[in-house]
Design a protein around this ligand. Structure first.
Ligand code: KE4
Length: 413
């Protein structure tokens, strides 16, 4: 069955033929490749084409695909059964690993996606403060819960809110500008904001690092006004440092939202933070939140196996590859006369083009050369531990030709 035939069947079954909108090629045109398998830094589509992968399942695959330790852990867990709806040793082990890496998380709760984690963190913040309003950033993406789909990023970028989100659901969501403390203070000074939720490194409008002092400023402003500071570290957690952005930038939030890497490619999210806040979560407190597959043993095993591989050497390697990739892409773009801006934090990187058409042309030139990038300017490239010298050279060789292709053809064409 070819990719094309499978996509035809998929389109008959699913909206856009995909299980998540960002996987469709809406921003770049053409048909997504149907991926059959992955190994290390590569995936293979059903037509047998090998692709050097910088999507990495949108973040979880920091070790690369089909890492032996992760597969072994999943196999061993699966042999014991797949889900019990009861406490298990795996959730205790993964919970302790997360708490050890992120001291701001004194207690936590596992869920099955970043969306669930973000919406639950907001719920407990509202209960703890007795306030109803929240502040998010324009372009901030925190999953698809109604109150967070207001001027969101990622695949929702450009929409004031999603269709189907009621004015009631969106009414208590205030939108500030990332890297602009004044815009946050304009809301916080009214003293009725329960929580400010922020991606400490914006990565759903492409990668945008925090300006110097910005995160410290949010910490000081929220504390002064009795507002809880929530770091959405679904992308940055265990990615930009073992302790996430809160370690990298030395700013401690009241609550943290996690996902992606902590599940090693299986469905996991988590929210946690100060013990006095988390004490409000059922069954200890009045904030209800539940989930049939929360703490799923296979997902816990995959997550734990992943985190146990993430040593200081691994982060140094990811940083080094990211720096060489950024430098190589910058040199390649300059040589081709392509005007781009490259933004990077650790192993997260985005190449910003001035025109969407130029981005689309670059994307397809790279794909044709066997390098699969996220199909949207709003997303980050995700580097894995499996990306080595050969992958860097292949990427830069493809980029030199792709930048030239973009520079050669007038973008209005
Ligand atoms: P999930 O519900 O998709 O597990 O997590 C939502 C989420 C929360 N917070 C941040 C900062 C996120 O980036 C995400 C999800 N990211 C998108 C892409 N940027 C996942 C890809 C998709 O939507 O399919």
């Amino acid at each position: 069955m070819t990719s094309e035939e499978l996509m035809r069947r998929a389109r008959a079954l699913f909206p856009g033929g995909v299980s998540s909108p960002v996987r469709a090629y809406g921003a770049v045109g053409g048909e997504p490749r149907v991926v059959e398998r992955g190994n290390g830094a590569y995936v293979w589509d059903v037509d047998g084409r090998r692709l050097l992968d910088y999507v990495g399942s949108w973040g979880p695959m920091i070790l690369g695909h089909a890492h032996p330790a992760v597969l072994r852990a999943i196999d061993q867990a699966a042999a014991l059964g797949t889900s019990f709806g009861a406490p298990t040793p795996g959730e205790v082990a993964l919970g302790e690993e997360i708490v050890a890496a992120m001291p701001s998380i004194e207690r936590l709760r596992f869920v099955s996606s970043g969306t669930e984690a973000a919406m639950s963190a907001l719920r407990v913040a509202r209960a703890f403060t007795g306030r109803e309003r929240i502040v998010k950033m324009a372009g901030g993406y925190h999953g698809h819960a109604d109150s967070l789909l207001v001027r969101a990023g990622s695949g929702a970028a450009g929409l004031p809110a999603s269709a189907g989100v009621t004015t009631g659901a969106a009414r208590d969501t205030l939108v500030a500008e990332y890297n602009d403390l004044e815009s946050a203070w304009a809301f916080l000074r009214h003293e009725d904001v329960a929580a400010l939720i922020v991606e400490p490194v914006a990565a759903n409008v492409g990668v945008v690092p925090p300006a110097a002092g910005y995160l410290d400023g949010l910490r000081e402003l929220t504390a002064r006004h009795g507002t809880l500071l929530i770091f959405d570290e679904v992308i940055t957690g265990f990615r930009v440092a073992r302790g996430g952005a809160q370690e990298r930038y030395g700013v401690t939030p009241d609550l943290t939202v996690l996902g992606k890497v902590i599940g090693g490619g299986l469905p996991v999210g988590a929210y946690g933070g100060r013990a006095d806040i988390m004490a409000l979560v059922a069954p200890e407190g009045p904030v209800y939140q539940a989930g049939t597959l929360s703490g799923n043993p296979l997902a816990m095993a995959a997550g734990l196996a992943t985190l146990r591989e993430l040593t200081a050497d691994v982060y140094a390697q990811l940083e080094d590859y990211g720096a060489r990739l950024e430098a190589g892409l910058s040199t390649a773009a300059d040589a081709a006369g392509a005007s781009v801006r490259i933004s990077r934090v650790g192993s997260l990187l985005t190449v910003f083009f001035e025109e969407p058409a130029a981005f689309a042309r670059f994307f397809h030139a790279m794909l044709d050369a066997g390098v699969m990038l996220p199909p949207s300017q709003q997303e980050a490239w995700f580097v894995s531990v499996a990306h080595g010298d050969a992958e860097l050279q292949a990427t830069l060789t493809a980029a030199r030709a792709a930048f030239a292709a973009v520079a050669k053809e007038p973008v209005h064409a």
